[in-house]
Design a protein around this ligand. Structure first.
Ligand code: VG1
Ligand code: CO
Length: 543
């Protein structure tokens, strides 16, 4: 073991989902090592880690492999009993969660900046997941950050690079290093939930889909499950080989970045169903022929059909949950099912306690994240299998399923507007200024309705009582409309403002979304003084 002297970096506080920085910044001497040591110090127990398993894997982006080697050396020096490492350093985020749970690991280090672009000149990231398989809760990330601020040294060991490309097990000092097939645990979890033979029949009947892996980590998972096990024709999965720079694309599965897929679904020869996942495989995009399902509707529709269409949920749902900015569509389904719907801050880490306490079964976010208590991460391919199950069972098209849902529940017309590449100081000042104004907004008439309540969202975890404040400004209207504003916590450059617009109408869902939301869009821009403060009139991305 070697002890290396180091000095703290002051910027290692994890954001919405782990620590994300520019790749080159991550590659500077000691940067990754300091963070990993801070994680280990935050977890340290009197008896050491000799009885513990640590899971390691990532989305395959640039620097993933080198980071795995660094972590192996440090985990050995810090006394871990066993390391489970995805072959090639690969584990999708939901697969890592499954491995942690099934092998009763202490936790896992996931190397990913998720939907952020990858490459030497793009982004890298790392996050720690706890023993339930979910992202570390805020109390833990805060402890990691405090440890990072007082580091004086880290422990590592000298050893040439390990072979991480073949499944095997070897002993390094007292540490057992096991290279595992990254597909096995995840596939077992899916097989336990879904009726694979019913889904295979769907494909046998000529059902056609295109799955866009966006040159990211879900390629091998989708090829294995959709093509090899369910018998979808070869070529169903496109961009299926994970690349270190995701082919230069932005692996964010929305209509803007998944252009190729959107094009296929709107062509004259369009398949029945289209889907895509993000860099680390936890997000999903759901498309029908010429039809986009918003993530909020997708969550609601999955919750509506789970018990009837998916064997894993035949006992019904214990409850549902969504992040605060996510549309309220799932709330109406939960009410119809007679179960509670919880409203949490943005970020998957807030769902873990609810699922551990069996308060909710399915949950989701507007940012193309949907999942359930089968793991403790959002899960892109799971959402795809849910939709396939709904389509197989009902025999309907994606569009028919969505329209039936609107006819029954009404529709939350919804959009997120991102204003990217803002300067941090004026963007923060703008949000601060609106926060100051919130108390005076009650009763104000704007956007054709009246503001009934405005606050900065604060969440008290119903399980452990922990409080998370300043989680986003929300302006609620008396007709059920909402404007929500917050700054992104996953970016690596400048600031991104997210404005979420929602208007609920009890209609058949046939109106044009942008037209329904325009008054709210104008009101949000005015309240924020976007043009005056930042010179912006148009968002960079609308999802
Ligand atoms: C974004 C999304 C949030 C999601 C997070 C991580 O965070 O809005 O809903 O949980 O990304 O997703 P922010 O702070 O930038 O709005 V992923 O796929 O990066 O793990
Ligand atoms: Co992701």
């Amino acid at each position: 073991m070697r002890t290396i002297q180091t000095t703290p970096f002051t910027d290692q506080r994890p954001g919405t989902s782990g620590l994300r920085k520019k790749t080159r910044y991550f590659m500077q001497p000691h940067y990754l090592e300091n963070f990993v040591q801070a994680v280990f110090n935050a977890l340290r127990k009197p008896e050491g880690f000799g009885g513990d398993t640590l899971v390691v894997g990532g989305d395959g982006r640039y620097h993933n492999r080198a980071a795995v080697q660094t972590i192996i050396r440090m985990a050995e020096a810090n006394g871990f009993g066993r390391l489970l490492i995805g072959k090639g350093g690969i584990l999708s985020t939901p697969a890592a969660s499954a491995v942690i749970r099934r092998h009763r690991a202490l936790g896992g280090l996931i190397l990913s900046a998720s939907h952020n672009p990858g490459g030497l000149d793009a982004d890298f990231g790392i996050k720690y997941n706890v023993s339930n398989g979910g992202p570390a809760p805020e109390a833990v990330t805060e402890r990691i950050y405090q440890e990072s601020l007082k580091l004086t040294n880290y422990s590592t060991s000298e050893h040439p690079d390990f072979n991480i490309d073949e499944e095997h097990s070897e002993l390094f000092g007292e540490t057992e290093i096991v290279i595992i097939d990254p597909l096995v645990d995840y596939t077992s979890v899916m097989e336990a939930l879904f009726d694979f033979s019913a889904l295979a029949k769907l494909f046998q009947g000529g059902f056609r889909m295109v799955f866009d892996a966006m040159s990211a980590v879900t390629g091998p998972y989708a090829q294995h499950i959709l093509e090899a096990l369910l018998g979808a024709p070869a070529g169903t999965v496109i961009n299926g080989t994970p690349l270190e720079d995701f082919g230069g694309h932005h692996p964010d599965p929305n209509q803007v970045h998944a252009k190729e897929l959107v094009g296929k679904l709107s062509s004259s020869d369009a398949p029945d169903f289209g889907a895509a996942c993000d860099g680390d495989g936890d997000r999903n995009l759901i498309l029908g022929r010429n039809f986009f399902v918003t993530p909020g509707d997708s969550l609601a529709i999955i919750a509506e059909h789970a018990q009837i269409c998916i064997p894993g949920y035949s006992a019904g749902l214990a409850g549902a949950a969504r992040s605060m900015p996510t549309s309220t569509a799932v709330d109406r389904v939960a009410a119809a099912l007679g179960v509670k719907c919880y409203e949490t801050p943005t970020g998957w880490k807030f769902f873990g306690n609810l699922m551990d306490a069996n308060l909710c079964t399915v949950c989701g976010e507007e940012s193309f994240g949907t999942g359930s208590n089968h793991v403790r991460e959002k899960d892109g391919l799971w959402a795809v299998l849910c939709w396939l199950s709904v389509l197989a069972k009902t025999g309907k098209s994606v569009e028919e399923v969505a329209k039936d849902h609107w006819r029954r529940f009404g529709r939350s017309y919804y959009q997120r507007h991102d204003y990217e590449g803002l300067e941090t100081a004026p963007a923060t000042a703008m949000v601060d200024a609106l926060r100051e104004k919130l108390a005076t907004l009650n009763g104000v008439a704007i956007a054709g309705s009246r503001i009934s309540h405005a606050d900065d969202f604060s969440y008290t975890d119903p399980v452990d009582g922990s409080v998370s404040s300043k989680q986003g400004l929300r302006i609620l209207f008396d007709d059920g409309s909402r404007i929500v504003c917050r700054l992104s916590g996953t970016g690596t450059e400048g600031a991104t403002l997210r404005v979420y617009l929602e208007r609920y109408l009890q209609d058949d869902g046939g109106k044009v979304v942008a037209e329904v939301l325009e008054p709210l869009n104008v009101a949000a821009q005015q309240l924020l003084e976007l043009r005056e403060r930042l010179g912006r009139e148009e968002p960079t991305v609308i999802t």
